[in-house]
Design a protein around this ligand. Sequence first.
Ligand SMILES: *Cc1c(COP(=O)(O)O)cnc(C)c1O
Length: 332
Amino acid sequence: MATADPSYVDPPRDQPPQVEAGRPLVLTPTPLEPAPRLSQALGLSPDQVWLKRDDLAGLGGGGNKLRKLEVSLAEARKVGADILVTTGAAQSNHARLTAAVAARAGLNAVLVLAGDEPADRRGNLLLDELLGAHVVWAGELEGSDLGAGLSARADEVVAELRQSGRTPYLVPYGGTSPTTAEGYVAAARELEEQLPDLSHVVVAVGSGGTMAGLVRQLGPTKVLGVDTGAVADPRATVAGLLAEMGRGLEPASLRLDHDHVGEGYGALVPTVREAVELVARTEGVLLDVTYVGRAAAGLVAGVRSGLIRPGAKTVLMHTGGLPGLFGHPALG
Ligand SMILES: *Cc1c(COP(=O)(O)O)cnc(C)c1O
């Protein structure tokens, strides 16, 4: 019996002209800006806290996923893919940026997202649609590991696409693999040039690739990861990635702050809201409450606990994510 093509098979997009094909996705180096009023509000000298603006990285609204997607897109091209498939939470920044990368590369995108189709499309979902991606709703998933639950559905989508004659490429959950995390090795090298005497880099940990890349280059003592609740065991996740990247280390040597997860990934945590307001009101820079707000809360707590000492140059990684603020259930 002939089966109809799945509804998410859109006609192929036109490939970009040859001259455009090698255009980088990320405009590097991304700016490193001082945050003097934030520094002073924390009781530090004005030249102590800096913002690494990967939210300004390039297309699709910017964010950390672009450095990883650059690696994925090269891998997809190598296998002749004409459609990108990836997974995420309903408000996934990674899914939105995969949709943007696909549009620019002349590929289609299918996003397998957790949950059921909502009545209204807000935040990242609105942008996914504007970018022309097709969303497949995976329904409510059992268990705490979102990535594992979604990957079974994504495998089915990939198989169905193959059957209908397409060449899909599956971009991993959160965009993270040992090869894509190399994108953040490059970001760490930029930081070494921009701020040679840096002592701390504070970063939100989701699927772990961003922290792994930073630690691969800077070592475990300079990087403070702030858990967002996206994966069950971020320490094991990041240590596992590092082992596959050729830098095995004692998982206990990784610095992680678990104090801003609250009730879980989707929660609006009071310390996070305070930190988001502090950065907005001192620097005029906007952060989301799922990722960068949590990193900022970790930075504030690190200063208060004495972990970040007066004089120690500290970088807050602004990894993007602002559209998620407009889709956050607790902020509607
Ligand atoms: C995904 C994401 C992170 C975390 O990056 P991982 O490499 O998945 O750990 C941080 N900030 C924002 C805004 C993100 O979207």
